[in-house]
Each structure stands twice: as structure tokens, then as C-alpha cells.
Design a binder for this molecule. Structure first.
Ligand SMILES: [Zn+2]
Length: 125
């Protein structure tokens, strides 16, 4: 009857110590993967959804300095920060504009006889 329980839970139940979170407890359970590969199943702290052993007790950074400290500790080179990604987007857009202008120029030079249609072949190595 007590087969599915942890050793300590089983021991407590046999001693007559009641278990607040029995198998039919309707609350939210921790779904963190344990070393056995199964969900933890301990009662979870809301709204985190994890038990205190799996990060449920953490409130995360509470101040701006704390958040900055966390971000700094997790940032390796900063190439994927919001600002850098915006810069890369702008550079890509600039490249697209320049390439389209070059294409227009090439078409104009070909149309007006300044370039042969296959002028690129002369430049191939
Ligand atoms: Zn847990």
C-alpha cells in the first residue's frame, strides 16, 4: 500500500505522522526533472511552479542593480544584446539598399552600352 512513496514519507506514515500533501492533494506539484528522470512532485510554490528545492524559493532579481548584475554575469560577449541586434539589423538593411542601387547602376550601364551584358566573365579568375 505504501509502495510508491519515498522512504522518509513511508517511515513517517508508518509512525503515524500525517502527510499534508497526500497522493490526492489537489494543489500544483513541482514538475522539475529529478535525477531519476521523473517529475519532482513536491508541492510547488506559486506562481513559480517549482518546489523550494528546485528554485521555487527564488524571487529573482528585485532591484535594477540586481537585474543588471544578473545580466552581466550571464553576458559573454554582448553580440546578441538588444542594442547589438538592432545595429546588425540596420547594417543588413544598409547592405540591401546598397546592393539594390548597384544592381540599378549595373542595369543602367548595360542599357547605355558602357558595359557588356556578360562583363562579369572578364573578371572571373
Ligand atoms: Zn521540485
Amino acid at each position: 500500500m505504501l509502495g510508491g512513496f519515498k522512504k522518509t514519507t513511508k517511515r513517517n506514515l508508518l509512525k503515524g505522522i500525517p502527510w499534508r500533501f497526500g497522493p490526492n492533494w489537489p494543489g500544483k506539484r513541482c514538475e522539475a526533472k529529478t535525477r531519476k528522470g521523473k517529475p519532482c512532485q513536491r508541492p510547488a510554490k506559486l506562481p513559480v511552479g517549482r518546489c523550494r528545492l528546485h528554485g521555487g524559493a527564488s524571487t529573482g532579481p528585485r532591484t535594477k542593480e540586481g537585474l543588471k548584475k544578473l545580466a552581466d554575469s550571464k553576458t559573454i560577449h554582448g553580440r546578441f544584446t538588444k542594442i547589438e541586434r538592432e545595429k546588425a539589423k540596420a547594417r543588413a538593411e544598409q547592405g540591401r539598399i546598397i546592393r539594390s542601387e548597384l544592381k540599378e547602376l549595373e542595369a543602367w550601364f548595360i542599357d547605355h552600352g558602357y558595359l557588356k551584358k556578360d562583363w562579369r566573365k572578364d573578371w572571373a579568375y
